[in-house]
Design a protein around this ligand. Structure first.
Ligand code: PA5
Length: 447
């Protein structure tokens, strides 16, 4: 089981504050289940995992098989919700020094379309020269600038290196069924393609082909991932007791803390493989809750690395933070600290211990120190980093996010603020249709 421990929060919120949120949380769960809440046209993710058809998984696995057979490198082009979920899962499961550690023949997975850096794109295209590479082009709208720009470059290079005909076999599109330039291009070129369901927003789309195809290409078991999520659906439903429902408890606790002045949540891990899971989580909660002048700011740290950089701030800085630690019960591999006759480093007190035991004591010591320093602590325990448990964790956070957003009083499924920079950028770049905006912005710059 994934467990959530909130015992280190109680001293920071008055009396029965958490329990008192139960009716609001229950109401939020009902809204998610019966579709009566704000943004209800984007709650397709709620039952997505349990409704995933074998035929879809078969098709994804077949496309993955072809890419794995033909390509040494696969570039996943996408940004935000069309990128972070796949990267989070692949990096959590892959070996630290190779893309995948369960089969040496797995292609290397690279990412593009998540920035507009000329140097990044130059270096990527240089790296891909003489590589047998494929592309997964992921964009729900099909018009996102970062992704479209990277795809334009990569498509050309792919065609130059493979020839246009053969390039069609190593380019796959994941996009809307009908709308957007990515769909038009995929249909015209005859690429294999997958559909992103209309009712699933980007940041909730990791369990659609958006995440599943890259994860399958990387060599991981998407059926176990989906099964984990589907099982967590059952564990977080309206029929489950408040105290036993990890998503409900998580949503209640973070809202209780927010109402008591804790405005920043720091997601901490003690496993570098979870770095991108935190990035995914930041988008999920940041884009869902940060609106109408409200919302907990989601931050993240990788411990113990960041204890040597951010540790001071967390221990003694402004007391507006709380910490959520993801703790992985069992390490995948075994490394013992060796005994050393000379003991010059003074580490013989650790000899014979697993490195993970040292890590666990660092974790416990940190939690206790931070609580003593006035930082409430939520602990989420995951049995092991494998597809099944990652699937559970993903769904637990998604459901927690939907509930938490409703309890906060916002529509968790829109992101109107994301458009502001795009409008200015298009006006500055002279995109057709932005002439008025362009005049306005240029006069503002002159001032
Ligand atoms: O969660 C979201 O909706 C966003 O982060 C989008 O996923 C992101 O902007 C990419 O959009 P698209 O998939 O349309 O290219």
């Amino acid at each position: 089981m994934i467990k959530i421990d909130i015992s280190q929060v109680r001293d920071f919120v008055p009396g029965n504050t958490i329990k008192a949120l139960e009716p609001e949380v229950k109401d939020a769960i009902c809204k998610l289940e019966n579709g009566s809440g704000a943004g209800n046209d984007f709650i397709g993710w709620v039952n997505l995992a349990s409704a995933t058809k074998d035929s879809l998984l078969d098709a994804i696995e077949e496309s993955a098989r072809i890419m794995r057979q033909k390509c040494d490198v696969v570039v996943v082009a996408g940004i935000g919700g069309s990128y972070l979920g796949a990267r989070a899962v692949i990096e959590a499961l892959a070996g630290s020094f190779c893309t995948s550690d369960n089969d040496k023949k797995n292609p290397q997975i690279l990412f593009a379309g998540h920035n507009i850096s000329e140097d990044y794109l130059f270096e990527l295209t240089e790296y891909l020269k003489n590589c047998r590479f494929g592309i997964i082009n992921i964009s729900k709208s099909g018009t996102t600038t970062e992704t479209a720009l990277a795809f334009r470059l990569l498509k050309k290079q792919c065609e130059d290196q493979w020839g246009r005909e053969e390039a069609r076999n190593v380019i796959v599109a994941v996009t809307d069924a009908k709308r957007g330039a990515a769909r038009v291009c995929a249909d015209k070129e005859g690429y294999r393609s997958f559909i992103i369901p209309d009712n699933v927003g980007g940041r909730f789309s990791v369990l659609t082909p958006v995440g599943l195809l890259p994860i399958a290409v990387a060599g991981f078991d998407i059926r176990q991932l989906v099964k984990g999520a589907a099982d967590m659906e059952g564990l977080t439903g309206s029929g489950v007791r408040f105290e036993d429902n990890p998503s409900a408890l998580y949503a209640a606790v973070r809202n209780a803390l927010y109402r008591n002045g804790k405005k920043i949540e720091i997601l901490a891990n003690f496993q570098p493989k979870l770095h991108y899971l935190s990035e995914w989580w930041k988008q999920l909660y940041g884009e869902s809750e940060g609106k109408e002048g409200k919302g907990i700011f989601p931050a993240s740290v990788d411990f113990s690395t960041d204890l040597h950089s951010m540790g001071q701030w967390i221990q003694e800085g402004e007391r507006t933070i709380f910490e959520t630690v993801i703790s992985v019960d069992k390490a995948k591999h075994s490394v013992l600290v060796p005994f050393d006759e000379e003991n010059l480093d003074g580490l013989n007190f650790l000899a014979g211990k697993h490195v993970d035991e040292v890590n666990k004591m660092a974790e416990l010591g940190t939690r206790l120190a931070h609580v003593d320093g006035g930082v409430p602590n939520i602990r989420i325990t995951v049995p092991q980093l494998n597809e099944y448990w990652i699937g559970q964790l993903i769904y637990m956070f998604e459901k927690g996010c939907g509930i938490s957003g409703y309890v906060l009083g916002v529509n968790p499924f829109n992101q109107p603020g994301v458009e502001a920079y795009k409008k200015n950028m298009f006006a500055l770049l002279g995109k057709p249709g932005y002439e008025e905006e362009s005049k306005r912005i240029l006069s503002r710059i002159k001032e």
